[in-house]
Design a protein around this ligand. Sequence first.
Ligand code: PLP
Length: 468
Amino acid sequence: MKYLSTRGEAAQRTFDDILLEGLSPDGGLYLPEHYPAFGLGDLKRLQRLSYPELAFEVLRPYLAPMEDATLRRLLEATYDAATFGSEAVVRLKPLDAHITLLGVSEGPTLAFKDMAMQLLGRLFEQALARTGQHLNILGATSGDTGSAAEYAMRGRRGIRVFMLSPFGKMSPFQTAQMYSLDDPNIHNIAVQDVFDTCQDMVKAVSADLAFKREHQIGTINSINWARVVAQVVYYFAGYLRAVDAVGAPVDVTVPSGNFGNILAAHVARRMGLPLRRLVLATNENNVLDEFFRTGVYRPRVPAETRQTSSPSMDISKASNFERYVFDMLGCDPARCRALFEDALVRDGQFDLSGDPAFARMQQEIVSGASNHAARVATIRAEWERSGQIIDPHTADGVKVARDKLEVGVPMLVVETALAAKFADIIVEATGQPPQGPEAMRDLALRAQRFVVMPSDVDALKAYITAHT
Ligand SMILES: *Cc1c(COP(=O)(O)O)cnc(C)c1O
């Protein structure tokens, strides 16, 4: 498989080339040159496979020329009961006769990001061992991404993680989860400022190309293609386990932020999975809902981005969206550049409402937005009806899924996190704190290890230099 850039200038790359890279040098995002196709016969065969076996079939064409035996070994080691709580790895949890949660948050940090990140940790380690290189991952987190990355990279050879987080601004659960890690290759840096400043510090260090090269700095943001493709697997697993007869239509709702998770669903459909409609759910930060309703894509500035009770969906721009637009506009890099380089920079927005492709987009993806009141009401209603307590992001999904439900077509809603991570809103909705998994009961009691730092780029560079 060869990879190309949405902006067209990059040379053809292999999976290994793009694994450790973020953006393409031309500023675009990498995509495979084609999507491997699975017919109904293939899908029937896949229905009998275990999760790691299924992952092997779905991922093999993308990771070529990796040896089959190597890939099988990595997948067996990644997707096991010790890491994801059961041999099934992904669980279907019916809420009622129409809606079923696709439980992909059974991993170490109780959010779906573990599904891709755990594999990424092993892929990175494997690639670095082959070339004898080291990688220092520098990132900023407001909660979920940072912890998923740390749990995936802890103890891995050749890898160190420097993760910036806003001091005192994450949920107590998220804080305890990250700061209680005592692996020597994990560095928690608590910045005395807000998340946006943490992100600016990461950008400033990455912009110093000499420093970046000297210290082998890399990132693991959501535009990494390996993360997207690892998520494609669970749409196959969810669909194949949800239907009796392969070929039956299923709708899927995805609580969305950076458009990574729903892009994986779109790729699964491109590969032949019979998903009917994708339903995109946003919170109050409705950049994407606005696009699918009106055709206008208008990223927000940080000052317009609201802090909500589904914080992992608080985004100002959807960094994976460019891949979808490229795909839907006939894979035309000139068009993509005109939209994402020219129009967005010049006008702060672009409008596809007059393009025939937009009509197709609206057939494939429908959208809706939720808000705090709807989130609380949904958590309470689902709890009263089914006894299950769902997390606030999943609640945004369930809310929009109920609005878009059509009789006779089963609806899967991706459960993007577990309620235990977000106690405040659960108490507000149900009057009682959420129960965490057994293994995490003592989380708040564990010793915490982190350094506090002012928002000072030189201090950050000095810290990295002293620890690499
Ligand atoms: C990251 C995240 C999302 C958003 O996913 P995208 O791939 O960015 O669209 C939604 N819910 C939770 C809990 C998350 O951690």
